[in-house]
Ligand binder design. Sequence first.
Ligand code: SAT
Ligand code: MN
Length: 586
Amino acid sequence: MYKNSYITNWVKDVSDLTKPDNIVWIDGSAAEKSRLTAEALRTNELLELNQEKLPGCYYHRTAINDVARVEHLTFICTPTKAEAGPTNNWLEPKAAYQKLTKLFAGSMRGRTMYVIPYLMCSAGSPFCKVGVEITDSIYVVLNMRIMTRMGQVALDQLGDSNDFVRGLHAKGDLSEEHRMICHFPQDNAIWSIGSGYGGNVLLSKKCFALRLASYMARNEGWLAEHMLILGLENPKGEVSYIAAAFPSACGKTNLAMLVPPLSQAGYKVWTVGDDIAWVRIGEDGRLWASNPEAGFFGVAPGTSMKSNLNAMLTIQKNTIFTNVAVTPEKTVWWEGMGVEPPQNCTDWRGNPWTQASKEKAAHPNSRFTTPASQCPVISKEWESPHGVPISAFVFGGRRAKLAPLVYQAYSWEHGVFVGATMASETTAAASGKVGVVRRDPMAMLPFCGYNMQDYFRHWLALGKKIKNPPKIFSVNWFRTNAEGKFIWPGYGENIRVLKWIIARCNNEVSAVESAIGYLPKPEDIDLTGLAAEGVTLETIKELLSVDTKAWVDEIKDQNSFLQKFDNLPAELISELDKLKKRLGVF
Ligand code: SAT
Ligand code: MN
């Protein structure tokens, strides 16, 4: 039993409301893990995978109507709608609590309630924050064990303080009508009911580490971003760190663990984080970033020895697979794994599947939950209390047309504008139509816990506080040709773009001024060994081309997105004007 009376009182209130049969206080021990795993196997919440081939690995299937984040059921509950802003769903807190109280009442009857204290970032670090999640799902407990530092370590950090995020989750009836994910930034609280899917229920992740943390960060003078963090080591052994924002399922995990091709053997990428970066101004006045999580919740389909060798090596043990396909020998399979599909298997719905089946065997948003410490290229700095110093911020999206392979913003303000107006084609990570272009500022559209115009303002203000702010870049790996084929090979070859980015940060290479920003001189992208992939200087020229007419249409769309806001920072309006002038539009 915990001594912290803020926790015990809250647990009492929640159990009075939800009426569980039992309460289990999670300590994070190995014995507890075995006990909970055995229990989940007994109830079929988990299935045991082949323990010889995949030791410590288990499988979970969600309900078929519950496979992704549900943005239309996700709410920011602030006293006024203006605080949540035009891009968030808003509910007035009292009304939200009333609705939720009805949904949660008696929701844990006949079930066990688990109380999980956990840390974001490592204990004792200036970045570190405490959360407590109450849930009635063992799947959540076992995933939180991988994704966070949980149990006693968090209680030790908290002591008798009241400064922790209260996260409450119940599975409820798993119906969409009764599903809500509500955030109360002023109360440090999250209430989520009606789902068992990762992003909706691992409350440490998007709910705390992005939505609530972005709100805290604004008040406390730091940033909580939807960014991977990687270290790029050059042949001299010097490591530069890059933080990069991409929308969900656009390859953050792949980029974070990139394996350079043979021709680039002198370079190495070290993974610090694959999804979230907390960023603070360090004592030296530079920006330092820390990965608040302890595991990766990655998209399985498309992950192969070729696309992400290090992820494949990471997930060979102690991993929970969700909604992938299971083979007769109890191993896992998914589309894009780079191995022949099994003759037959069980698909993510639990139905028999054969090679002749038209349906996908794995859900496009099926996932692995795996410990970061198992990644063969995990950075030795990944748990460093002060984080890693950031040289460059990168904003990326999935754009079949328009956005060049890479360009650099002219200034911090211009970079914030580039981030604020970025767009990407939607993926299976959220429910809804896949492949439509939507504006997704800093890849934070679904994750910013307050009015995005104030978020832009916060970015701009932070830049003014730093003497040498990181340089800001835009990348696009996804440009296609007239036949709809990707022009750039991507994956490990992206190292060539990262090298140019770092060379720019170190003032080692010049660039060409264009209407949209600094472009590389095509010959400055290292093409050694790329001819085999069919990439020539001509390809690079095509990838770097800026189609003025298409950009004129783009700024119309940027403009209509920005029109949603009633009080945009003047700097952004001025950047839009400058872009128009450079494009020759008035
Ligand atoms: O589903 S999650 O929100 O956990 C992952 C993602 O969408 O990036
Ligand atoms: Mn993400």
